[in-house]
Design a protein around this ligand. Sequence first.
Ligand SMILES: [Zn+2]
Length: 478
Amino acid sequence: MMKRSFSENTEQKETPAQQRQVRDHEKTLKEMTAVECVHCSDLEDYYKDTAHLLTLNYDLMKFIFSTSAGSKVLSPGRLFVICHMAHRNSVAVLLRSESPPKVPAVTLTVLVLCSENMVQRNAGEGALLPLPVHELSVPQGKLSHEIVNIAPTDVLYITNQRLALKDPAAMLKPKPPLPGGKKRPEEGEADELTQQLMVIAEKMNQKDEVTTIDPKKDLKILDLDFAEKWSQYKTIKDRLRTYECLGCPDLNAHYGDTYVRKSLHDKVQKLKYNLSQQNLSLLPEYEQRIRVLQRLMYVDHDRIVQLKGRVACEINNCDEVLVTELIFNNVLTDLTAEQIVALLSCMVFQSKINDEPCLTKALQEGQENIIKMATLIGETQMECGMTEPVDTYLETLKFGLVEVVYEWARGMPFAEITNLTTVEEGVIVRCIVRLDETCRDVRNAARVIGDPLLYKKMELASELIKRDIVFAASLYTA
Ligand SMILES: [Zn+2]
């Protein structure tokens, strides 16, 4: 948020070592060519999706295992699919879960299926980054297993299956081999489990399906943030199967090339971002802005982002401080979805018009409240040393389309809408399309503060404005 406010003013100043790194990496990047392959035209998008999917999986698993509901599935015998070091997409059974003192996360000890001659390799940095895996790994050659400690975030799927265990504790204790190749009972059990895992992996591959638990139904996880990520996860997962590059016989190699190039690209972006952040802190205006944010309690005295700051970070398409203040001061609470979306248009619509819109009492009050809130922000900015006069700040709000958007959200046909205003059709359409993004921002902000009512209202608002001509009319928005 703070960064965004100032990005235009940032002057790039040299920080020599990092600058050199950026230049070197960029040179290397230029020499790398994108994969040229007839099958892999959509590989870049596929890579993006897989990378995103793994990030989501990481967050989801971290959350699940941090809840008490999640710890229910942690009982020994639970069947997972894991991705850990050399074990990729491998089935594993949970033997033990424990939370060592002073360590925030649980450690899972699992017995994982592998082949006897599987080469153990330390996969190193980036090992858990996206790989195109759609099948469970089925060992070739003689079956074996390994008992490993993993983090919850190494779990790819929590299946709804459990295996019966006789003596998991015994399996965990390392013992020297018995003379004559004899086996202890627990070694026998481990072998049996390995056989069972093999049968399960083959069956899952045949059916092309892993039946997982449903966090919402089975674990009753109702957290809104989690639900949003879970639905994104499912959408991407379904989409992954539609990629043409999956038909490429050299997908692994081509994917690997893309991975190398993309991760270098990301590294450069990160370096550049750090550099610009360093420059940013040199600006006096940055300090003034920080004072504003401290005064309004977006960051604390140590500049640590507070709840308000987190909410503001969700707002990408309009004045994030104003929207956050509206939310925190309950200005939107008693309004209907139609009224909220209409009023939000004051931050999206940008032209000055002389129409005299005819507003209902609630909308008038809403408008007054927004102006009051903006005045407070403007005054705080002045007090903290910023130079923009309050009036100039207030002039950025344009209420000219409030009535139009209100009637549109209430279902008035587009042809009639245009009679309410002198604003051009194309401008109205663009404003409404952008408002949909704003609704999404406010919805996400509501998720962050845990306001399910506002969340639902914003979802409804999105639905109400997404009608016929406006969202079909690509001629205006293209
Ligand atoms: Zn290819």
